[in-house]
Design a protein around this ligand. Structure first.
Ligand SMILES: [Zn+2]
Length: 300
């Protein structure tokens, strides 16, 4: 732990003790606290940017404070990408709700509710594993705080594109550290690809039924858009007056959505075929428990 980190941990701990006092302005509402109690989260910690709830049997306040250093970096990175005027003014509420696999065996996935609360789970025993899924969810929290929320296809793709920008290690779902070229490209090579136009038009249904394909294909497509015109072209669309439609793609990229998709498919498959050991890497990727647990649509 560096000196700066120790100092910041101490500041965070001071806030923990202050929070108990009456009349102290906090980032949390009564509803946030009620939600934390309902989930059995008994620890609270506030920093400049976050109000975090967790189970004290799971980690110490110092461990939570360490985790928040990573989230602070993501917060700063997202703020740089979207601009200070779209950065939340109040603290983002984070609920650390245990392992992704509940005691009854069902899987739970990180998400952000309509009020902008971030629910994080971990998929390995170590406490810092909560950070793995955090960058993508924080982008959603920024969007909610700024009053923006368009279609599922757009929100998920945009969150993934910005997350890749601020967390280049790509350690979260759906890549888990594997190159996107292999993680998404093998779907085309193995003929398990769900047409992206369908993912876009039937997002609510396919995002659940074909979760793995929907997330991978969307992430790879938005990565392609970033490579074409940079992240700021996406930001311009994301904070425009409405859900980006065909005319918006044409205006920003000079091509229709369909033309963009076919260009992307060709490039992804070409890059996959040029990757050494792509097949073997793809087989290992698909065998990862966190991947194998996701819903997947078989080809017709
Ligand atoms: Zn998401």
């Amino acid at each position: 732990m560096t000196g700066a980190r120790i100092a910041r941990s101490a500041a965070a701990l001071l806030l923990v003790s202050l929070w108990a006092g009456p009349g102290i302005a906090t980032g949390q509402s009564e509803a946030d606290r009620a939600e934390a109690v309902a989930l059995g989260l008994d620890g609270t910690l506030e920093t400049e940017r976050f109000a975090v709830f967790w189970r004290t049997e799971e980690a110490s306040a110092a461990q939570v404070s360490d985790l928040l250093q990573t989230l602070d970096d993501y917060h700063a990175g997202i703020s740089t990408v979207v601009g200070p005027e779209r950065t939340p003014q109040r603290r983002i509420v984070i609920l650390l709700d245990g392992h992704g696999q509940a005691p009854d065996g069902t899987w739970r996935f990180p998400h952000v509710d309509r009020t902008g609360r971030v629910y994080l789970y971990r998929y390995s025993p170590e406490f810092p594993a909560y950070a793995v899924e955090a960058a993508h969810e924080l982008v959603h929290a920024f969007r909610r705080a700024a009053g923006f929320w368009y279609s599922g296809f757009w929100e998920e793709g945009f969150a993934e594109a910005v997350a890749m920008n601020v967390d280049p290690g790509d350690v979260g779902f759906p890549r888990y550290g594997y190159p996107l070229t292999v993680a998404a490209g093998h779907l085309l090579a193995w003929e398990q690809y769900v047409p992206l136009a369908e993912v876009r038009s039937r997002h609510r249904q396919l995002g659940r039924q074909c979760q793995l394909q929907a997330y991978l294909e969307r992430a790879a497509f938005f990565d392609y858009l970033v490579r074409l015109q940079g992240i700021h072209a996406l930001v311009e669309l994301a904070y425009g007056p409405g859900n980006p439609g065909d005319e918006d793609y044409a205006r920003v990229y000079g091509k229709s959505f369909e033309e963009l998709v076919s260009g992307w498919e060709i490039q992804l498959l070409t890059e996959y075929r040029a990757t050494p050991d792509a097949e073997e890497t793809a087989r290992r990727y698909r065998a990862e428990p966190a991947i194998a647990s996701r819903t997947f649509c078989e080809a017709d």
